[in-house]
Design a protein around this ligand. Structure first.
Ligand code: KG4
Ligand code: ZN
Length: 335
């Protein structure tokens, strides 16, 4: 079956086409308008989605060398996300579904991040444990099959991506700061400064304490030396990145050991981080676990992950009603 998938949960407009489980195209239009505000402005995001969605779908069809008449089902991101952004994608998907009398498939964005592992070879076996780290989420998910996923732990406050972005903001770096912190950290000393690593029980994460600790640390440094940040930027980035990665890796290790899982992976925008990728590879080597990291283009928000999830939902006969409404809710559900 040929499925057109739409992703519009935050500030990236994506369209992808999948044919019997094989991705034929994956197009993304990112919105630079938010940079000047230091974060995503929801109203501007929905307006930009409206401008981008038609050309993005046209390019996706073109790259797949397919006509819209060949598409047999339409998938869209139902939740979670910014409600205005979700509505644009859902409205577009439903309009095509209704006009062409095609079935609809509603996809949960966080389930799709995990499913990014099932686009290319090698694919994980089940049970599979995935750490999903993005700008809005930090979750540990245990997968028993493609559609049977259980959220076993998540952050109680900030997401890992937020910890990167907020650190970058305090350092005067542009939004989104995660990739820049990553780049600067590569040349810094991760053990130069020490920040608290969370010790919450079970598989819970917290990053708000780190944010406060970095704030006070920078205030103190600047008081003693007005050029403190500029002179120590690389070491500060490396030390904060090390702390975030340690917090993540400790919980991933604990969960994999306690649940006896041999196949582990990372997903979401922060899985593009070079330090985290290396740390997960090391963890796998030390414990004899097989590690899975999706291709870079499938780590950050994209429609290919919506398409692969839709492929498995279609195989299971899980279609949505035309009346299905998108929801901003962050709670874990893939129904
Ligand atoms: O999954 P994603 O594209 O969107 C959400 O669903 O949130 O993730 C975006 C997040 C942002 O916080 C961004 O700073 C972070 O992923 N990110 C990174 C890197 N690349 C993206 N964080 C650290 N290092 C990176 N290389
Ligand atoms: Zn995402």
């Amino acid at each position: 079956m040929k499925i057109l998938a739409i992703e519009s949960s935050c500030d990236d407009t994506g369209a992808a086409i999948i044919d019997d489980g094989h991705i034929k195209s994956n197009v993304i239009a990112s919105q630079s308008v938010h940079e000047q505000y230091g974060g995503v402005v929801p109203e501007m995001a929905s307006r930009a989605h409206m401008q981008n969605i038609v050309p993005v779908v046209a390019v996706a069809l073109n790259q797949a060398q397919m006509a819209i008449e060949e598409i047999e089902a339409i998938a869209f991101t139902q939740a979670p996300g910014l409600i205005g952004s979700l509505l644009v994608g859902a409205g577009f998907a439903k309009a095509i579904a209704q006009a062409r009398n095609l079935p609809l498939i509603a996809v949960h964005h966080m389930q799709a991040h995990v499913m990014a592992h099932f686009i290319d070879e090698p694919k994980p076996n089940f049970p599979f444990l995935c750490l999903t780290v993005s700008g809005g989420h930090t979750q540990l998910v245990l997968c028993k099959s493609h559609l049977d996923m259980t959220l076993i732990g998540e952050t109680i406050d900030d997401a890992a991506g937020e910890a990167f972005d907020k650190t970058a903001k305090m350092l005067g770096l542009p939004y989104p700061g995660g990739p820049l912190v990553d780049k600067l950290a590569a040349e810094g000393n991760p053990l130069q400064y020490s920040f608290p690593i969370s010790s919450l029980p079970d598989y819970q994460f917290t990053f708000s304490g780190l944010k406060t600790s970095v704030l006070y640390f920078l205030q103190k440094g600047k008081k003693e030396n007005p050029n403190f940040i500029a002179e120590n930027l690389k070491d500060i980035c490396a030390s904060v990145q090390y702390t975030i990665i340690e917090s993540l890796i400790r919980k991933l290790k604990k969960a994999a050991k306690e649940l006896g899982v041999q196949h582990i992976g990372i997903a979401g925008g922060v899985s593009a981080n070079s330090g985290l990728r290396q740390a997960v590879k090391n963890l796998g080597e030390q414990n004899g676990w097989q590690v899975f990291i999706p291709d870079f283009q499938y780590c950050t928000d994209n429609a290919a992950m919506i398409a692969i999830t839709a492929h498995y939902k279609q195989l299971a006969g899980e279609y949505a009603e035309l009346g299905t409404i998108p929801t901003a809710r962050a709670t874990w559900s893939h129904e």
